[in-house]
Structure formats: C-alpha cells, structure tokens
Design a protein around this ligand. Sequence first.
Ligand code: ZN
Ligand code: FE
Length: 254
Amino acid sequence: MLEIIPLPVLTDNYIYVIHEPVSDETAVVDPALAQPVLDILNKKNWKLTYILNTHHHWDHVGGNLELKQKTACKIIAAESDRYRIPGIDIGVKEDDVISVGKQSARVISTPGHTSGHIVYHFAEDNTMFCGDTLFVMGCGRLFEGTAGQMWNSLQKLKALPASTRLYCTHEYTLTNGRFALGVEPDNIALQQRMIEIQRLRAENTPTVPSTIEQERATNPFFRADSLTVQKNLNMHNQPPAQVFAELRKRKDSF
Ligand code: ZN
Ligand code: FE
C-alpha cells in the first residue's frame, strides 16, 4: 500500500509525496515547489525516484527542475506536452503503465482543463491522482478544451471503481460545495457532505481524499446526466455534454 503525504502549499495547492514501502521508492505528484518536498524527503530519509506531472501549469511543475537537479529523479509527464513540461524524461500517453516500486498506475488521458492533461490511476492501491481535472465536488476550468471533451474525460473517471480514492491538486471544496448546493438544494448526500466538509475545513484538515462514489452522489459535474440536475437547470432531456457546459459556465462566474 502507498503511503501518501499531502503537502499544502501556495494558497490552495496540494503536492502529494507517495512512498511505496516494499521497494522504498518515492514519487511526488505535481510539485509546485521544490523546498517542501526536499524537507519531507529529508525528514523521512526517502530518496525521490520520480516526479509525476498531471499537466504543464506552473503550479504543478514549478519544482520540477530543482528537484531533478538535487535528487536525480526522473520526470514522467504527457508526451504531448513534452515541449512545455520542464525536465521531462519519460513521455506517457493513455493506457501506458508506470510503476512506483510494487505499485503501478495506468495513465488516463483527460483533456479539457489543458489539452495534454493526464491522471494516474493506481488500481491495486485504489488511488487516483487527478490534478486539475476532477476536484472534490468540482472540476477544472476549460482552458484548452471544449465542454464535450471535458465531459468525456469525466466519464472515464466516473467509470472507475466506486471505492477509488481521489487526490486532486487544489483545496476548492468549500466553494465547490456551495455551488453544488445551489444546483441541487435537495440532494441529501450533498447536504450531509457539506456539514462534514465545513467541520474539516474549520480545523484546517484537507478534504482529500474523496471517493468516486462520493463524487457520483454529490459532484454536479459528474451529475450532468441526472434528471434532477437537468430539471433544476430547466434543461430536461438535453444532451449531458450540453448540461455540463451550462454548469461549467455558471461556475465560472460563481
Ligand atoms: Zn491547472
Ligand atoms: Fe492547478
């Protein structure tokens, strides 16, 4: 099983340090900064093997070069983003498999937030690192993709096993939950979840990981195909991608 340490950095980013105890290998997902990662490696006496990047934005790759220089780790990222991922060594695409010690992850391509966005699904560990594609009760903005592309990307994640734990890169959960409640005020699972989220945030505890099951029940962007969401938006029987587009538009100005 992977040991996963979330490092809260910048305003609302998480860097994830993941350690596989059998092999003693360590990887870091989306290091916005190098120093907090170097500090934890030092404290734990772990040696960094890999950086896993989900996409090219600076708050996900900012620590790449310094970490590579100081630890001689290898950088894994989307081959299609080779030209804009600093220090990339191993380019990957959909269905490629990478390993951190005994645990392996399948790469899933999720265009929408950026064209080259990928997520890493560690099936045996039941864990997914989803960058800025899927957030707790939310999803990433569409910077380089269409609503249709993002809807398709989210469908792939929604189809993963219900118990899959998801680790996203931003703590946007409270705002996302408020938006979600505006879309589905009568969703009881959502109401209960917000109570729990408010409690966690009041004590500054991260709201990750969430699970695919929780997101299916409460994330409006997963639920663009639900009758309730469609009814509440006055969009009965519209194609889910169109409903998703409307949700994304409303969230952009929320
Ligand atoms: Zn981003
Ligand atoms: Fe980001």
